[in-house]
Design a protein around this ligand. Structure first.
Ligand SMILES: Nc1ncnc2c1ncn2[C@@H]1O[C@H](COP(=O)(O)OP(=O)(O)OP(=O)(O)O)[C@@H](O)[C@H]1O
Ligand SMILES: [Mg+2]
Length: 159
């Protein structure tokens, strides 16, 4: 287990971190995104998609729980899951993510407590509001925690 905590003063910083992370990701990677409503999970995923070079747009799914964004650069697709409305592990399993897990990058918003059983190794990203400003101007802090050998250096590389 290895981890790092970063400050993200603006939305652009959340996006930029996502982009840097996206450039490091490869097929088989699982990223679990945690954070309160509006913490910046989708913003980070948008950056990640840009860094990976996949087709957008990345939106907060309304009715669709999982979307596949194919690569525009011959790399892995991004499978973007919003687990907010899922009732539990069984419903997540019904999405058959394991069939795409190996060849794609899988990102699960609201994945904490649900997505951990999908893989032995994963990057856990937790976004939190920080600072004293109000509402949307409030900066965020992000904690990156890698589980497994794959992520041992990576969390540090992003720090
Ligand atoms: N570091 C930051 N500082 C300030 N605002 C930010 C930061 N990162 C993201 N935001 C803003 O927070 C708002 C919510 O972001 P976003 O939709 O990505 O959150 P979310 O966690 O996906 O929300 P939901 O829980 O609804 O899925 C957006 O307006 C976004 O621009
Ligand atoms: Mg979202």
């Amino acid at each position: 287990m290895s981890g790092v905590v970063l400050e993200l003063p603006t939305s652009a910083d959340t996006q930029a971190l996502g982009e840097r992370l996206g450039r490091l990701l490869r097929a088989g990677d699982l990223v679990v995104l945690t954070g309160d409503l509006g913490a910046g999970k989708t913003t980070l995923t948008q950056g990640l998609a840009a860094g990976l070079g996949v087709r957008g747009p990345i939106t907060s799914p309304t009715f669709v729980i999982a979307r596949v964004h194919p690569s525009l650069v011959g790399g892995p697709a991004l499978v973007h899951v919003d687990a907010y409305r899922l009732g539990g592990e069984a419903e997540l399993d019904d999405l058959d993510l394991d069939t795409s897990l190996e060849e794609s990058v899988t990102v699960v918003e609201w994945g904490h407590g649900l997505a951990e059983h999908l893989a032995d190794e994963m990057l856990e990203v937790e976004l939190q509001r920080s600072g004293s400003e109000d509402g949307d101007q409030q900066s965020r802090s992000v904690s990156l925690r890698g589980v497994g050998d794959r992520w041992a250096q990576l969390a540090q590389q992003l720090g």
